[in-house]
Design a binder for this molecule. Structure first.
Ligand code: BES
Ligand code: MN
Ligand code: ZN
Length: 542
């Protein structure tokens, strides 16, 4: 009688995984695990707050409103420069729009090296997001300019809902998010190609208040940048064991972290998740993170977040083509976002009870790998015919979703996954797909997405779509046809949600990684989902 993983022997019969993986993976497994993520990388930009004055060195950054209207800070600089700023604007196409930038180098009358004018648009459009993007734009302009320090003069603008301290805090937040780079493996970068900007000062009338408002944003950025680091690391560095090790470091912040191994997962009958991992020398792990920030909650049931953590997706026996396969190192971005979210929540001591679950596997072809046609039994008891071993994320989530519900009886559950290429065909790199069985939950998530600039677009669910995953041999199969591929994937997940439990699935395949710069991130890992879900959680805080 086969075990819960019906293809029998997830470890590959008779193989001493531990011994074998040491020989095969050699270098990276033999030394004791060390924290991979240097805090310095994610702390590279540490903004500070001070009272306004004429900056004596470095770049000075000021805002200009739509229609070339100088803000008070810009006027002050213009006066000191004998009107050179207004003249430079008049001689250019700079209008003060939210995309406009104009640098005036070495203006007479100022000891600053340059004045960077950044458009802020129309006052009634200026909100937290506009301020964050302002901070990000100044970094994009100055980071590699040779300038080592910059000061931003921040004043409140009439007609906006944003006070100057909040504005300063948001600018600092956007700057830090945009400044992050993944360059720990570049040993030969020329000094002149390295970022020059080290110091950023926000000048604002009430620096104390700005700093107070900035603190939680700084913790959220810790979470976002942690996610980006994890997602950027290659698969020879981040595999289930090491990713679980990174999650375990959240214990320092008061997160309760447990890591389940193959033995525990077998006992729970997680044949779907284990089947995906059985072809790899790296054992699957299930990470369980609990943040109990609200001991006196009336409703004791936590919010649950579940992430797909395929540390590398070759496709398995249904192997992917070689071109672009390297991108599949970021197939753990859902799990990465859940881990970063837990870091953000714990870091800012959110008054909420939340659990994060990350299902970690490596999807490899090998003699021990799962085959097309295999039938596995999930922890929920439902059986699955594996038509395509490349549709592995849903198999991992099936068991992780079941575990989250069975153990924690959550109020609601949100999963994140780089689940389908089809969602990129549908929504491009603009929105993540949102699939949801509850209109209220969907509304809340969409709202949080809008507020953070991590937008979601709701996609349909329905019985007609469910037909596509009917199997002749088991309770369901793991692929539908090509048509509506993201939807049949979501229907598959829905089969692992009990009753009417509010559930949302975010297909983030188009959003986790960017091939060009985005407003708040340089190209590469975006950390998508952390800020969105942090905002969503904030709406539930007691
Ligand atoms: N991780 C991929 C989805 C993906 C593809 C993310 C491209 C980002 C970029 C997922 O595991 C996968 O391979 N999905 C298949 C499903 C298919 C076999 C039904 C896909 O989308 O092609
Ligand atoms: Mn796949
Ligand atoms: Zn995948």
């Amino acid at each position: 009688m086969p075990g819960p993983n019906m293809s029998g022997g997830a470890a590959g019969a008779g193989v001493d995984r531990r011994g074998r993986s040491r020989i095969i993976a050699g270098l990276e497994l033999s030394p004791p695990l060390q924290p991979l993520i240097s805090r310095e990388t994610i702390q590279a930009m540490k903004p500070s707050f001070a009272k306004p004055e004429l900056p004596k060195s470095g770049a000075v950054v000021v805002a200009v409103l739509e229609g070339r209207k100088l803000t008070p800070g810009a006027q002050m600089i213009d006066r000191a420069a004998g009107g050179a700023i207004a003249r430079a604007i008049a001689a250019s196409r700079f209008k003060g729009g939210p995309e406009d930038a104009l640098a005036v180098l070495a203006p007479a009358g100022l000891s600053a090296t340059r004045v960077l004018l950044l458009g802020l648009g129309k006052p009634d459009k200026i909100d937290a997001q506009a301020a964050e993007r302002f901070g990000a734009r100044l970094v994009a302009q100055l980071q590699n300019s040779g300038e080592t320090e910059a000061s931003v003069i921040v004043d409140s603008t009439d007609g906006t809902g944003l006070g100057a301290p909040e504005m300063a805090a948001r600018i600092a937040h956007g700057a830090r998010l945009r400044a992050w780079r993944f360059d720990k493996y570049r040993t030969k970068e020329k000094p002149e190609d390295k970022p020059s900007l080290k110091k950023l000062t926000l000048m604002v009338a009430d620096p104390g208040e700005a700093k107070r408002l900035y603190q939680p944003l700084d913790r959220i950025a810790d979470g976002v940048l942690f996610t980006r680091e994890l997602v950027s690391e290659p698969a020879n560095v981040i595999y289930p064991e090491t990713l679980a090790g990174e999650a375990q470091r959240l214990a320092d912040l008061g997160v309760e972290v447990e890591v389940l191994g193959v033995k525990e997962m077998r006992k729970l009958g997680m044949g779907a998740l284990l089947g995906v991992g059985q072809g790899s020398v790296h054992e699957p792990k299930l990470v369980v993170m609990q943040w109990n920030g609200d001991a006196r909650a009336k409703d004791k049931r936590p919010l649950a977040f579940v992430g797909k953590g395929v540390t590398f997706d070759t496709g398995g026996i249904s192997i992917k083509p070689a071109a672009g396969m390297e991108e599949m190192k970021w197939d753990m971005a859902g799990a990465g976002a859940v881990i970063g979210l837990m870091r953000a929540l714990a870091g800012r001591k959110a008054k909420v009870n939340a659990v994060g679950i990350a299902g970690l596997v490596e999807n490899m072809p090998s003699g021990a790998a799962q085959r097309p046609g295999d039938i596995v039994k999930s922890a929920s008891g439902q059986t699955i015919e594996v038509i395509n071993t490349d549709a592995e994320g849903r198999l991992v989530l099936a068991d992780a979703l079941w575990y989250a519900q069975d153990r924690f009886k959550p109020r609601l559950i949100v999963d994140l996954a780089t689940l389908t290429g089809a969602i990129i065909i549908s929504l491009g790199h603009v929105h993540a797909g949102l699939f949801c069985n509850d209109d209220e939950l969907a509304e809340k998530l969409i709202k949080a997405g809008r507020a953070t600039g991590e937008p979601l677009w709701r996609m349909p669910l329905g019985d007609e779509y469910d037909q596509a995953i009917k199997s002749d041999a088991a309770d369901m199969k793991n692929t539908g046809d090509r048509a509506g591929g993201s939807i049949s994937a979501a229907q598959f997940l829905k089969r692992f949600i009990e009753g009417d439990l509010p559930w949302a699935h975010l297909d983030i395949a188009g959003m986790a990684w960017a091939n060009k710069d985005r407003p708040l991130s340089a190209k590469g890992a975006t950390g998508f989902g952390v800020r969105l879900l942090d905002r969503f959680v904030a709406a539930h805080e007691g």
